[in-house]
Design a protein around this ligand. Structure first.
Ligand code: NAG
Ligand code: NAG
Ligand code: NAG
Ligand code: NAG
Ligand code: NAG
Ligand code: NAG
Length: 648
């Protein structure tokens, strides 16, 4: 199958009319073929809007291409309708880019995931309308100014995942229209400012995952990348942000500096960033606060060492200060959190939620893994009128009680190590928030109360007056659960009771009778996978689902050998606490007696048999002795005779 067709992926274009790609007779004589490999195939992916021809060339992973001809040997197929062409030469093992033949319809070229190291000069100078070009995942180490020539319309350039260490100041000289440049995952040690300056239209710049140690977007003379709107510099080695980092009147809207080594941020570092809306400084080592830009809406400052709250501008919507060293809540006199929608301060050392002003737009509040030892009294509808999600996980809460009414969709209370018991009316003041439910009594909330290792009791009245849509009580230390805790049939998203040491006695029979059928017949049946008994011993690790559909009350029986519904499962039931009951003992005893009797009988038979043989032997011996004595009294011939007889 030395089919050469595939080679010229552009020929696919020709086969758009629906003929077999492999049928060479269809290709005509005008088209020169690009030989790729015997196992390569071409495909054409129809695009949605019918304005583009999308070409794809695929080769098997096993067969690396040996003789990839230069790209200038290909010929573009006719394109009478003047459709724009997108072509992908991906994963072909290409090492060199040749010069592409002229075509003004080519709009997008992708050479991603090859091994490109070198290229001919001006390879794209004859595809002048190219707007999108990707070299992602190749082996480029350096770029020269003759790579990107005469593609003045290029808007999108992807050089990510290469090995580029530096740029020549003239490399991007002609790329004045480029809006998006991706240099992620290269080996740059500084921002290639001189090379980037000719890209005056540049808005999106991704320099993440390099080794950049200095944040500088302007030259000493003040000329800089002032048109940049979105700048990704995460996962580098930056240590500080100074007021010289950004050019005056820059247009930055998003700045991602997460996962660097930043310790110092100048008080006025963001002075010139008047448009900055989203700032990510997560996973650094920032201790001291600094002035935040006035338009800031999203502030991600998690995993740092802040001791104090920065002063957030009015208009802030999203604050993430999780995993810092905060010991108190914000100072209300200084802030305006009218617009705040999400507040995350998990993983700090906050003890109190003493607030006077309400947070009218807050819908997510995360105060997990702090030092709250009770449910804060300010958690109420009054202060949080629009709350949907509340996270209280990992606090040293000993007792649950919501003093005031709070309306919620989801309540997270996992990892409460100090919680032993859930008291009467614990959740009575939590009301579900379902906008679509008109009737108040059908409102319910999702409760996650999981992984509380000491929790071993839930009062029957814990949910009095309220309703849950989903209850997660997995991974606690529960042995029993009151049947009347909830109206189980109305918990529509399932009840997760797995990984608890349930005590499978008559008290829990209701689970088999009522809960099991509810869970079994819905999408929640996975919640039965690890719903197991923890005691008594005979039932340990046994899944409750084994009793599903039993006609008699399995857990209440006083114990005989039983069979499952279809004789599939046999279980030795037992009375409480004592794994060896009367019937088992009787059985064991009977077996013992039987065995003893058998042994005795065998022994007797053996003894009788041996005795008989002994008697015969004795008689023989006696006779022998007698004959010997007789022989002494007779003559020698008789003696010899006796000897001969004896020998035989
Ligand atoms: C090529 O296509 C023609 C019709 O277009 C058909 O008659 C011929 O059998 C095909 N050849 C092969 C090898 O498929
Ligand atoms: C392609 O570029 C030529 C000039 O090189 C221009 O005249 C033509 O309109 C462009 N075509 C498209 C589809 O952009
Ligand atoms: C963070 O800064 C402190 C001093 O402020 C230093 O002791 C610590 O090693 C730094 N941590 C990291 C990960 O750089
Ligand atoms: C779980 O409960 C049992 C008694 O039912 C108790 O002995 C054990 O210590 C409890 N585990 C924890 C972690 O509190
Ligand atoms: C189960 O899930 C499917 C799809 O996830 C959904 O269409 C269906 O309504 C669900 N059934 C029940 C009883 O919840
Ligand atoms: C359980 O019993 C019901 C009716 O008694 C029957 O329809 C169903 O198939 C049974 N399920 C199993 C798993 O035996």
């Amino acid at each position: 199958m030395r089919a050469t067709c595939f080679g010229l992926l552009f020929l696919i274009l020709y086969s758009v009319r629906g003929q077999d790609v492999n049928n060479e007779t269809n290709l005509g004589e005008n088209y020169k073929l690009l030989k790729l490999s015997e196992v390569c195939t071409c495909s054409e992916i129809p695009d949605v809007d019918g304005t583009h021809l999308v070409l794809n060339i695929l080769c098997s992973e096993l067969d690396r291409i040996e003789n990839v001809a230069d790209l200038d040997k290909i010929e573009w197929p006719p394109n009478p309708n003047g459709l724009k062409i997108s072509a992908a030469f991906e994963g072909l093992g290409l090492t060199t880019i040749g010069k592409l033949p002229p075509n003004s319809q080519v709009e997008s070229l992708r050479f991603s995931n090859n091994a490109i190291k070198t290229y001919w000069p001006d390879p794209f100078s004859d595809v002048p309308n190219l707007t999108k070009l990707s070299f992602a995942q190749n082996d480029l180490r350096t770029i020269t100014p003759d790579l990107f020539t005469k593609i003045d319309r290029l808007e999108d350039l992807d050089l990510s995942y290469n090995k580029i260490t530096d740029f020549n100041p003239l490399d991007f000289k002609h790329l004045r229209m480029v809006k998006r440049l991706n240099l992620q995952s290269n080996q740059l040690s500084k921002i290639p400012l001189e090379a980037l300056l000719p890209m005056t239209a540049l808005e999106d710049l991704d320099l993440s995952k390099n080794g950049i140690y200095d944040l500088l977007l302007q030259r000493t003379d003040g000329v800089g990348l002032s048109g940049l709107k979105r700048f990704y510099l995460n996962s580098n080695r930056i240590r500080s942000v100074t007021k010289h980092s950004f050019p005056i009147d820059n247009k930055l809207e998003l700045l991602d500096l997460s996962n660097n080594l930043i310790e110092i941020i100048d008080e006025d570092a963001f002075y010139s960033c008047a448009n900055l809306k989203e700032l990510n400084l997560g996973q650094n080592n920032i201790t001291l606060v600094f002035q935040l830009p006035p338009a800031l809406q999203i502030a991600i400052f998690k995993i740092n060492t802040f001791y104090h709250w920065p002063t957030f501008p009015g208009g802030i919507k999203y604050i993430d200060l999780s995993y810092n060293r905060l010991s108190a809540l914000y100072d209300e006199t200084n802030v305006n959190f009218e617009t705040l929608e999400i507040l995350k301060v998990g993983g700090n050392q906050i003890k109190n939620l003493d607030i006077q002003k309400s947070l009218p737009n807050l819908f997510i509040l995360d105060i997990s893994y702090n030092l709250f030892n009770e449910i804060p009294k300010t958690l109420s509808e009054q202060y949080f009128p629009n709350l949907e999600e509340l996270r209280l996980d990992g606090n040293p809460i000993k007792s649950i009680y919501f003093n005031n009414v709070i309306v919620l969709k989801r309540l997270h209370m996992n990892d409460l190590d100090k919680l032993v018991k859930v008291d009467d009316k614990a959740f009575s003041n939590v009301v579900g928030r379902n906008e679509d439910e008109i009737e108040e009594e059908s409102r319910c909330f999702y409760l996650y109360l999981s992984n509380c290792h000491s929790l071993n009791e839930i009062h029957v009245g814990a949910f009095e007056g309220t309703a849950v849509c989903m209850l997660d009580l997995s991974k606690n230390n529960l042995t029993n659960l009151p049947r009347d805790l909830l109206r189980w049939s109305s918990v529509r998203e399932g009840v997760n009771l797995q990984h608890n040491p349930w005590r499978c006695t008559c008290h829990l029979q209701w689970m088999i009778d009522h809960l099991l059928p509810l869970l079994y017949n819905t999408n929640s049946s996975y919640l039965l996978d690890d719903l197991r008994c923890g005691s008594p011993r005979a039932y340990e690790h046994l899944r409750l689902v084994h009793w599903y559909n039993w006609t008699d009350r399995a857990m209440c029986s006083d114990g005989y050998l039983r069979a499952g519904p279809h004789d599939t499962y046999i279980l030795e039931a037992s009375t409480e606490g004592n794994p060896f009951n009367v019937s088992t003992m009787t059985l064991i005893l009977s077996v013992c007696i039987l065995v003893s009797v058998l042994v005795a009988v065998a022994l007797t038979i053996y003894l009788i048999a041996t005795r008989k043989r002994y008697r015969i032997r004795r008689a023989a011996l006696k006779r022998k002795r007698q004959s010997a004595i007789d022989a002494k009294h007779t003559n020698g011939t008789e003696k010899e005779k006796f000897g001969a007889f004896n020998k035989t």
